[in-house]
Design a protein around this ligand. Structure first.
Ligand code: NAP
Length: 321
């Protein structure tokens, strides 16, 4: 019997792709590479496979009359036109929880790295500069003030880790979490003014675009560090570059950028910046768990079973738990 057809809208992680290949005929970006071929088989597509960063526009979903699910490999789904998916009765799923620990770990790694200059110190030793004299003093992390912008699954996991460092933790989100026992600020700017390290971990998309702007960076101040593990769009990248260049803030640790995989060259040579290539959930263990969950959602969606992890907007859709 012929395998059902699914469309991969981007290059998928090999673990997700291999799992799909066993059960489905995977059409890899056919909508971009072969318009006529895509038109010929669009009717047969029962599922769409995507990643946290890729785009699933409404125009594409409108051309897939038999799609039963969009399964995103990632917790963020800002690239998916969710209202259009819902309008067409196509639920969207993602992979929450399984990557929370890794992202929180990397956030703390960036806090430590920018505070203590770990990446720069490594370069200092490798360049044979240690005999010239000691490496410049860093910023103490233990006991410092940490602000978390976005206090969901990952934000809370960052707070748990930071409490082990004896940090004074505060946060902002859309709503106050009274049960957290932590100090809430109603805006990112108000929070930034009270902390040494500001960690950003909200979803991307229109609602959070440039949430971290010049005003927030000014409030963070010349002894403050910005960490972004959310999405590049959440930070005004040009304002950040200017703030780093002009000493408006002390430094930054960045895992995400506006135009990935391109990183603004202005950041490359800045000594007060640590740059990682969108790798917060990139461990073997977590990528396997993400692939398992994304595949399970695809399988459930295409076979009419209850979805494991629909995105919040799709909970309660008919046929969706
Ligand atoms: P989550 O549990 O949904 O938490 C999101 C948090 O952001 C919530 O606290 C929410 O506030 C807050 N938020 C949403 N819109 C906001 C706004 N306009 N202003 C202020 N706060 C806002 O999601 P999660 O599992 O923690 O994941 C968060 C995000 O991390 C993902 O969406 C993704 O973009 C990013 N991420 C990045 C990587 C990476 O590789 N760098 C990996 C995984 C995830 P409320 O609680 O008040 O609703």
């Amino acid at each position: 019997m012929a395998k059902p057809d699914v469309l991969a809208v981007t290059k998928l992680h090999p673990l997700y792709r291999q799992a799909l290949d066993a059960l489905y005929t995977v059409h890899d970006r056919t909508h971009e590479t072969d318009s006529a071929g895509f038109d010929a088989m669009a009717q047969r597509i029962v599922g769409v496979a995507s990643t946290g960063e890729a785009s699933v526009p409404g125009g594409l979903l409108s051309r897939l009359p038999n799609a039963k699910v969009v399964s995103v490999f990632g917790v963020g789904y800002d690239g998916v036109d969710v209202p259009t998916a819902i309008a067409h009765g196509i639920p969207v799923t993602h992979t929450p929880e399984v990557l929370t620990d890794d992202v929180a770990d990397l956030a703390m790694g960036l806090v430590l790295s920018v505070g203590r200059g770990i990446a720069q110190a490594d370069q200092y030793v490798r360049a044979g500069r240690w005999p010239e004299g000691p490496f410049p003093l860093g910023r103490k992390v233990s006991g410092a003030r940490l602000g978390i912008v976005g206090f969901g699954r990952i934000g809370k996991a960052i707070a748990r880790r930071a409490s082990g460092f004896g940090m004074a933790i505060a946060y902002t989100a859309r709503s106050e979490k009274a049960d957290s026992g932590l100090r809430f600020f109603p805006s990112a700017a108000a929070l930034a003014a009270e902390v040494d390290f500001l960690v950003v971990i909200t979803p991307g998309g229109a609602a959070t675009r440039h949430l971290i702007n010049a005003e927030v960076l000014k409030a963070l101040g010349p002894r403050g560090f910005l960490i972004n593990v959310a999405r590049g769009s959440v930070v005004d990248e040009q304002a950040l570059i200017a703030a780093l260049h002009n000493g408006v803030i002390a430094g930054a640790g960045l895992d995400v950028y506006v135009n990935e995989p391109q990183v603004p060259e202005a950041l490359w040579s800045m000594p007060n910046v640590v740059l990682t290539p969108h790798m917060a959930s990139a461990t073997n263990e977590t990528r396997q768990a993400m692939a398992d969950l994304a595949f399970a959602n695809m399988q459930a969606g295409t076979s009419g079973q209850p979805l494991l992890t629909p995105v919040p907007e799709c909970v309660g859709m008919s046929g969706v738990r």
